[in-house]
Design a protein around this ligand. Structure first.
Ligand code: SAM
Length: 360
């Protein structure tokens, strides 16, 4: 799709996947974070006008409604910063916010910045550095149309904050198509000229993998401990992917759970048109999780359930912690493949805190 020049544009069907995961993640993130931090930050660096031409919600509305309509009481003060470079879109967004404002808790705040994301975020971080302060726990959405204006050096500064998480749209199709014309943007995006080695690869799938591996490696080098991505397709065409980067395994667990909702078979991809079928999908196949557990913990030693849960929450597996018990532990135990120390639990098929397990 050509980059739209109008204030509003039509929602591309694959974009729904990005919005569904965002909504579901924020639903889970808000109460978890609010239970232990007094202030939270949602930064939408490429906010857009707040809605699409046919009235669907844009990311700013999705975020605000996640707070306004939450079933739990969110005690934390949630501050929204929406950055949008185009004046007409920033003004439209301000109008959308005006209509929603009264539904938000009185301790929340909303700020629209009609400017560049890079500049705005850099100023914010510079100001904090000067005052010797840190960013409040922040979910930073970086959702450009192309690879410009999203340097890895800035992502690094966000990841260096104690609780900065990034939800980044890596615009694969435009990188793949335009790489010869955008060398400087790609140097900045990847934080390295090594993308050129990927661009030279003839085979399309190997080229994509090379770009993605490099981006993931750079995120880890920037400070991310967990990196998860999912792919957005239009029919069979990969349009772009969302990379989620966090330092905390809880965030990783929550994003994986949110992604499973749009891809209930565990494929970590969203194909437009499939949203009507989500409720009827096949049961997931947990044999991969079982294999991974065997490999990780099959050393004949006792392992604390906390260690196993931590593994499942991390980005070492695509599965998430709520799947562990029914998907793996109960079947493994009933097949006699794991043994549970009877002194560490009182009921069959339960794996309480402190429970010890070993593969036989
Ligand atoms: C893909 S759209 C955002 C869509 C929105 N996040 C959503 O999901 O509803 C990208 C937006 O970023 C704006 N934009 C482009 N370059 C920018 C920059 N350097 N800084 C901030 N906004 C920018 C564009 O005008 C456009 O509205």
């Amino acid at each position: 799709m050509a980059t739209p020049s109008t204030t509003l544009w039509k929602l591309e069907p694959h974009t729904l996947g990005k919005h569904m995961v965002l909504r579901s993640y924020l639903d889970a993130w808000l109460p978890v974070m609010s239970s232990w931090r007094r202030r939270l930050l949602f930064i939408d660096g490429f906010a857009g006008p707040g809605e699409y031409v046919d009235g669907e919600d844009g990311s700013p509305q999705i975020a605000m409604k996640a707070l306004a309509n939450h079933s739990a009481k969110i005690e934390a003060e949630v501050n929204f910063i929406f950055v949008e470079i185009k004046q007409d879109r920033a003004e439209h967004l301000a109008g959308v916010i005006e209509k929603l404002k009264s539904t938000l808790p009185s301790n929340s705040s909303i700020h629209v910045e009609n400017d560049e994301f890079d500049k705005t975020m850099t100023n914010l971080l510079d100001g904090l550095d000067e005052d010797g302060k840190k960013l409040d726990p922040a979910f930073v959405m970086i959702d450009p149309f192309g690879p410009a204006g999203t340097p890895m050096s800035l992502v690094r500064r966000i990841m260096q904050q104690p609780q900065g998480e990034v939800y980044f749209s890596l615009m694969y199709e435009s990188i793949n198509r335009w790489h010869t014309e955008l060398p400087q943007h790609l140097d900045e995006l990847f934080g390295s000229p090594d993308w050129q080695k990927c661009a030279a690869i003839q085979d399309g799938e190997s080229r994509r993998k090379c770009f993605y591996d490099l981006y993931e490696m750079q995120l880890r080098d920037a400070g991310a401990k967990h990196v998860v991505h999912f792919n957005l397709f239009a029919k069979n065409r990969l349009i772009y992917s969302i990379f989620f980067a966090s330092k905390h395994e809880k965030g990783c667990d929550l994003i994986k759970s949110a992604i499973w909702k749009i891809a209930p078979e565990g494929g970590f991809e969203f194909r437009s048109g499939q949203e009507d079928q989500l409720a009827f999908s096949l049961l997931p196949d947990f044999s991969l999780l079982i294999d991974q557990l065997r490999q990780q913990f099959g050393d004949g030693q006792w392992h604390d359930i906390a260690e196993i849960e931590m593994f499942v929450r991390s980005d070492k597996t695509h599965f998430y912690s709520a799947q562990l018990r029914k998907g793996a532990l109960i079947p493994l135990e009933s097949d006699g493949e794991i043994e549970v120390n009877p002194n560490t639990r009182s009921r069959m098929n339960s794996y309480p805190k402190g429970c010890l397990l070993r593969f036989s």
